[in-house]
Design a protein. Structure first.
Length: 140
């Protein structure tokens, strides 16, 4: 997958290019489940990266009439935060290799960042009303 061009979802089988407009994204999902959360933000349940089962959020900028700028990976259940963190990290390392940067983070987890061309992948945990895991791909 060339992450600088977009992101491949395995199930449903869709390629999501960076910069896609909201209407075009909704058309890609015409026979699949895509939830409109708020202006400039949609989510779906999917599989990607050869087996990663999670929720995927699509962030548009600007929020109104924008283009795809960020992908957010998350789960509906975080009963085991370490298992979730390790699972995301494993799939992303298998796909994109070792992170470009890592450092000791907060909440007992490391912070990781990949920089791949015009794309940045961030994985960390921080305190936001309790520990919150963030796994994001951002088009710079």
């Amino acid at each position: 997958m060339d992450i600088n061009k977009g992101f491949q979802i395995d199930e449903p089988n869709l390629f999501i290019p960076w910069g896609i407009e909201e209407m075009k994204l909704t058309n890609l999902f015409i026979s699949k489940k895509l939830t409109h959360v708020t202006t400039g933000y949609y989510t779906t349940t999917c599989k990607s990266l050869n087996g990663l089962d999670c929720e995927l959020g699509f962030h548009f900028a600007p929020r109104f009439n924008g283009h795809l700028k960020e992908l957010e990976f998350f789960r509906r259940n975080y009963d085991d935060p370490k298992k979730s963190f390790d699972d995301f990290q494993s799939y992303f390392e298998k796909q994109f290799g070792e992170p470009t940067y890592s450092r000791k983070g907060s909440e007992g987890f490391n912070d990781y960042k990949w920089v791949i061309g015009n794309t940045e992948i961030i994985h960390n945990v921080f305190d936001r009303f309790g520990p919150e895991e963030h796994m994001r791909i951002i088009r710079l």
